[in-house]
Design a binder for this molecule. Sequence first.
Ligand SMILES: Cc1ncc(COP(=O)(O)O)c(C=O)c1O
Length: 398
Amino acid sequence: MTTDTKTQKKLRPATTLVHGGGTRSQYGETSEAMFLTQGFVYSSAEAAEARFNGEDPGFVYSRYANPTTAMFEDRIKALEGAEAARATASGMAAVNLALMASVRAGDHVVAAKALFGSCRYICEILLPRFGVESTLVDGTDIEQWKAAVKPNTKALFLESPTNPTLEIIDIAAVAEIAKSVGARLIVDNVFATPMYQSPLELGADVVVYSATKHIDGQGRCLGGVVLSDQEWITDEVMPFVKHTGPHMSPFNAWVLLKGLETLPLRVAQQTSSASKIADFLAEQSKVSRLIYPGRDDHPQAEVAKRQMRGGSTMVAFEIGDGKDAAFRFLNALEIIKLSNNLGDAKTLITHPATTTHQSMTEEARAELDISGGMLRLSVGLEDPLDLLEDIEQALTVI
Ligand SMILES: Cc1ncc(COP(=O)(O)O)c(C=O)c1O
């Protein structure tokens, strides 16, 4: 295998996503090879011994590492500017890995309340079962983060923009607080994508992705990735991966590796359409609230401008007088599909209160401003005029 590094030049993101981390076999293939293998054979007993004791850095077993998965890790690592990356079977495996590798029994975690449901489950329910206390705060209120940290706080965790209300949390400010107590700041960067937000540059210690979303972008494979410094990945993340088995399959790694090649084009097009749709919705009398991080009327527009390079592919809005109107609107849509997924080439819409956030109590939903009329739109790659016409005709029924 050879690494494709003829040039020592620092490559721009779009070039990195086409060539970064690429290795070629003896056949010199153009497209990266898919190594669907569980294990590896050794030329001698001595070679096997050297592989196992680390003298020879080659592959041992695909639960530890695999050549195709390594190409995916190297490519996204180069884009993110991280020292090391570990790919996982799903976004949730990545979040769980990042948190588990950060804490021990007796430690404390602070997380924003506005988290994807399963992330909140890990913080609120799972970690306390293993003796890790957690405190949930309003992530947009920096004073609450300051008040919540303690000497035994080992991890701070947030996503920004949040799901589904697209709140923006000041990553640099939370990173300062994490540093002040020697804790690790973990940022779930799914909604912003690596194209629009670089948490490590803002002071975060760990970035996690559900690669299932924009990185695949075509609704095929689950995947996730944890990116951070080499020492932590080697000392804490790798042993967890090796012994508990959340590694990404090489098949999924191949699909996601190819997804990275088109990520900048897709995200730019989807964002351009999302911004047109947001502007259109803002003018509609039947839309009572519109939240889009790329607009000046976003509640945290100033923070968004400071830490994001684009408005994102996601739009949240509230319709009429609640759930009934929202359901009538959803059922009238023709091109836009109802689905809880996001980041896809297909435009997808979800009613968070009855789907992704259904298991929350009504009070918890109210605290996060998730009303019965709220809808979350993930804008895809269709012609934006078709999407606007679909929304316009569906609005007439409510
Ligand atoms: C913000 C966020 N984090 C994590 C996840 C989990 O990702 P996955 O479905 O790949 O496990 C999701 C969505 O499912 C998400 O929206």
